[in-house]
Design a protein around this ligand. Structure first.
Ligand SMILES: [Zn+2]
Length: 470
């Protein structure tokens, strides 16, 4: 495929660009690229993925001009490893940034570094520290800021500074992540209560990590069970609080789109909206988002708007992953350097309708837990899990007990009936693939878990998000 920059420009626009080049500050022959990540956004809670009535009018409008990937996966079930996978196109067991204090290896070149080498200005505006200096993901950004809210006016000063040069913008919105901020119809004291319950629940899970003990040393499953019952009793309020914060994220997306549109920088950009993971809302007796690789935790929105809204409305059902973002950008932009060492694959063949492959077994997500201990999930699954898609099948392999769960998502989208006992050949084959994928994690003997030293402003932000205790 020819780079989008050339195919999307209408001839008269190209002529105008030529006439004004060099005297108007028009962008050089590089495409603007935006990644807008909405943290903790499970796909099925958004309009483009079937939620009705839709809480995401802006995303719905955006989807109408975009390519919608119906089965997109987060490469890991929480922010730190997932954001690193997005920016390196490496799966967790390869980049091995799995727990606080671990950072992207110096020899790994990130997407932002490649974008900067390609001549773009690079800006990172994040509301979750795990996607920044904490994990080494500030590398390659000429501006990297921790912000409260990713809105158009927060980005405006940087965009002023960028002027006519091409840019790569990474905005990491955290609105749907707890603590919840507000919802009409939910009393304030109920909101406070839910946020406190979630904090206590998270704290119980990481008691050992905080104390530097092996996970599972502290037996607090009775307290975890009791808290789960309390949380379950408030499921309705939690659902409404979560949705209200999705609406807030949707408004912030709209404000960024408007800011770019106002500057004439929206229509010709490649603009991607996605999430780093979903959120369990009681399915499989789980809450929050790092205890399993079930669909509610790893199925995320992924939408790509091409310049001029090319291929608007196209929906692609092939299972894809955040790892595919960098190689897809490389092909769209005609900049192969962006895909150097990428483990994902370009999605352009699917976009152009010329993909002949598809349906083969593919690892879509990995969980390597070294921080939290939640029973009964821990007893059932251990701390290293690999999710694989093959056609409509989804496998979850569990390293500790060496078990494989197999679900047919076409008939059983909620993953309730394990079919591994009936599909023995498939189960064995997928387990072998999972073992091979997980080998670098299995071979690693990581240091004992410890809480790293962090900058006070980062600690403060992590505390607000419930990741650290006061
Ligand atoms: Zn996250």
């Amino acid at each position: 495929m020819k780079p989008v920059a050339r195919t999307a420009l209408r001839p008269w626009l190209a002529l105008l660009a030529l006439l004004f080049l060099g005297c108007s500050g028009a962008p050089e022959d590089r495409q603007d690229v935006v990644i807008f990540l909405i943290d903790t956004l499970r796909a099925d809670r958004t309009g483009p993925y079937g939620r009705f009535p839709s809480p995401t009018p802006s995303l719905d409008g955006f989807a109408a001009e975009s390519i919608v990937f119906e089965q997109a996966y987060a490469p890991a079930p929480w922010t730190l490893p997932s954001a690193v996978s997005l920016m390196t196109s490496q799966p967790l067991c390869e980049h091995r940034v799995a727990v606080d204090g671990e950072t992207v290896a110096p020899e790994v070149v990130t997407l932002a570094e490649r974008m900067a080498e390609g001549g773009r200005r690079t800006g990172s505006f994040i509301s979750n520290p795990y996607a920044g200096a904490t994990s080494g993901l500030d590398r390659g950004f000429d501006t990297a800021k921790l912000v409260q809210g990713t809105t158009g006016d927060r980005l405006a000063p940087w965009l002023d500074d960028v002027g006519g040069r091409a840019f790569f913008l990474y905005a990491h919105n955290i609105s749907p992540h707890d603590p919840y901020n507000g919802a009409r119809g939910v009393p304030k004291e109920r909101k406070v209560e839910v946020n406190e319950l979630f904090d206590r629940f998270r704290h119980l899970g990481r008691e050992d990590w905080l104390a530097g003990r092996p996970l599972g040393t502290t037996r607090n499953e009775v307290a975890q069970d009791a808290l789960r019952v309390e949380i379950e009793a408030r499921a309705d309020a939690i659902g409404r609080l979560y949705e209200a914060d999705i609406q807030r994220a949707d408004r912030q997306l709209e404000s960024v789109v408007e800011e770019l549109r106002r500057r004439g920088r929206f229509d010709d950009a490649i603009f991607i909206v996605l999430s780093d993971h979903g959120e369990a809302l009681g399915e499989h007796q789980e809450w929050q988002h790092d205890q399993s690789l079930h669909e509610e935790v790893i199925r995320v929105p992924m939408l790509i708007r091409l310049p001029g809204a090319e291929h608007a409305g196209l929906r692609i059902s092939e299972p894809v992953s955040l790892l595919d973002v960098a190689p897809t950008l490389a092909e769209l932009l005609g900049e192969p350097a962006l895909a150097e060492n990428a483990r994902g694959r370009s999605l352009v063949p699917w976009i152009e309708g010329r993909a002949v492959a598809g349906g083969e077994a593919r690892v879509v997500s990995t969980r390597w837990n070294r921080k939290k201990h939640y029973e009964p999930a821990a007893a059932r699954r251990g701390n290293l899990n690999v999710a694989i898609r093959e056609g409509s099948w989804k496998a979850i392999w569990n390293a500790g007990p060496d078990t494989l769960e197999l679900y047919d998502l076409a008939r059983d989208p909620r993953e309730l009936r394990d079919r591994s006992g009936e599909e023995i050949e498939r189960a064995q084959r997928l387990a072998a693939l999972a073992r091979e994928h997980a080998a670098p994690c299995l071979d690693a003997s990581p240091e004992a878990p410890s809480v790293p030293e962090l900058d006070e402003s980062v600690r403060e932000r992590l505390r607000e998000l419930g990741y650290l205790d006061p």
